[in-house]
Design a protein around this ligand. Structure first.
Ligand code: GLN
Length: 480
């Protein structure tokens, strides 16, 4: 048995029955990482020594009957913008390439309490800005299904690590699609929780009003397990909400699924559309009622996103001044500011800082930022209306399958379009999950299930119903 191939659920069961040890499981993951990381570049940092130590400690707890949780001893991969005390948190950037975290993010603190093992930190677009993991200072991650293609982004390292069985499960972050789009392009499951459900404390901020941490896993069941651990109120995050879980299952025959007519756009890959239409039929066969809904303002979502997000980015990025964190170059104060930022930040990050600074500047603020915030309300209202007619919505996650490395790097606008179906969800603050639903041209296609605010458990349950009944999830017919 190749232990690194196990899901969280399977590994937890075998650990509990004492059929395997965490050390064996963790070793199998490191062997896989050592074999493939040169090829795929999924990890930026690998914690072999620490990880093995954590696994040994977990095994000792288990022998004494002192296991901390269901996932005690399960090895996970963490996106490199989530702080783990004492280890590098680079955010895929040169400016933080020597930055060691002085504290744990709340999600890490929670995972530590469960006894999880940390394998390493995964590659990502610089400061999570990108859709292909190509803007990383550490070079692009490759898609395990076809290494001439991107894994999506910005959590491409986590998605590739899960898809290639270089970990048992992973965490990513999502500001405009960075969990769901790479999950879709790599054939894994990825959940973007309702804004406020998972603490952002210790997640390096990109656009604070949109950022959320979430799981990237091999199955929906696994996403549920990780989500339950990381979600919950945190006084350290002022936008975190006090909301209890409700794992209540909606009866299938009473559940209505909305299909937004605006989400089958021109320019969408025909093969992808075919797979998505099939998946919608599968839901119908399972007994769900399909209704058409309309989200007319979604056509403005990308435009709104590319005003709000860079505005927040420009303000969040101001803290990288060459003094407080990471790289520091130059002779005097001004020189340090200018050189550290000029040399430490990449083109995409600079582009967004400039866009945001412009949108927020006096005289332009009303025309851009304020206008975008008003349209954001309209987009939210669209979703509220749609959820009066339907319990959840189905859309494609991405208009295409994974594209070739370098295909879109010279044209930022085409790159931005790959998030056309995921961005509106962050703008509306609602939850969405991407699940594998088939292949187009031998590459995975992801189906996005969107829920109303705080409907995280409901979409997980609906996705799980699909997973249990169709066998679409967990396909891994690639060969590297
Ligand atoms: N790809 C989108 C962007 O470039 C989303 C990024 C994200 O979700 N972090 O902004």
């Amino acid at each position: 048995m190749e232990l690194n191939k196990l899901t969280i659920k399977e590994a937890a069961k075998l650990l509990k029955e004492k059929k395997i040890t965490s050390l064996d499981l963790t070793k199998a993951c490191f062997e896989r990482i050592n074999k493939l990381n040169k090829k795929l570049n999924a990890y930026i940092s690998i914690f072999e020594k620490e990880g093995m130590g954590q696994a040994r400690a977990s095994d000792q707890r288990r022998v004494r009957g002192l296991s901390k949780s269901e996932i005690d001893g399960i090895p996970l991969a963490i996106k490199d913008n989530i702080n783990i005390e004492g280890s590098l948190t680079t955010c895929g950037s040169s400016i933080l390439s020597n930055y060691t975290s002085s504290f744990d993010a709340t999600v890490i603190e929670k995972l530590k309490k469960t006894g999880a093992v940390f394998l390493g930190k995964t590659n990502m677009d610089e400061f999570a800005m990108g859709s292909s993991t190509e803007t990383s200072y550490f070079g692009p991650t490759k898609n395990p299904w076809d290494i001439s293609r991107v894994p999506g982004g910005s959590s491409g390292g986590s998605a590739a690590a899960v898809a290639a069985d270089m970990c048992i499960g992973a965490l990513g972050s999502d500001t405009g699609g960075s969990i769901r789009q790479p999950a879709s392009l790599c054939g894994t499951v990825g959940l973007k929780p309702t804004y406020g459900m998972v603490s952002r404390y210790g997640l390096v901020a990109m656009a604070s009003s949109l950022d959320q941490i979430g799981p990237i896993t091999k199955t929906v069941e696994d996403a549920k397990i990780l989500y339950k651990i990381i979600a919950g109120y945190d006084p350290m995050d002022s936008t975190s909400v006090k909301k209890a879980f409700s794992d209540q299952r909606l009866a299938v025959r009473n559940t209505k699924i909305g299909v937004p007519k605006e989400y089958f756009v021109k320019g969408m890959d025909k093969e992808v559309e075919k797979v998505i239409r099939e998946a919608i039929k599968d839901f119908e066969k399972l007994g769900y009622k399909i209704v058409e809904v309309s989200l007319p303002y979604s056509r403005y979502a990308l435009a709104v996103y590319y005003v709000i997000m860079p505005s927040e980015v420009s303000s969040n990025m101001a803290r990288y001044d060459g003094i407080k964190y990471g790289m520091s170059e130059g002779q005097n104060l001004l020189d340090v500011y200018m050189k550290s930022r000029a040399e430490g930040l990449g083109d995409e990050v600079k582009r967004r800082i400039m866009l945001g600074t412009f949108a927020l500047s006096s005289g332009y603020y009303d025309a851009y930022y304020l206008k975008a915030k008003k349209v954001q309300t309209k987009i939210k209202e669209d979703f509220d209306k749609a959820f009066e007619k339907a319990d959840c919505l189905l859309t494609p996650t991405s208009p295409t399958v994974a594209f070739k490395i370098n295909e879109k790097t010279s044209d930022p606008l085409t790159m931005y379009l790959s998030d056309i179906f995921t961005v509106p969800i962050n703008i509306a603050g609602v939850p969405a999950i991407s699940i594998p639903c088939g292949l187009a041209n031998n590459m995975p296609v992801g189906l996005q299930i969107i829920g109303p605010q705080f409907g995280d458990q409901a979409i997980l349950n609906i996705a799980q119903e699909y997973e249990q009944n169709t066998g679409q999830i967990g396909q891994r017919n690639w060969n590297i």
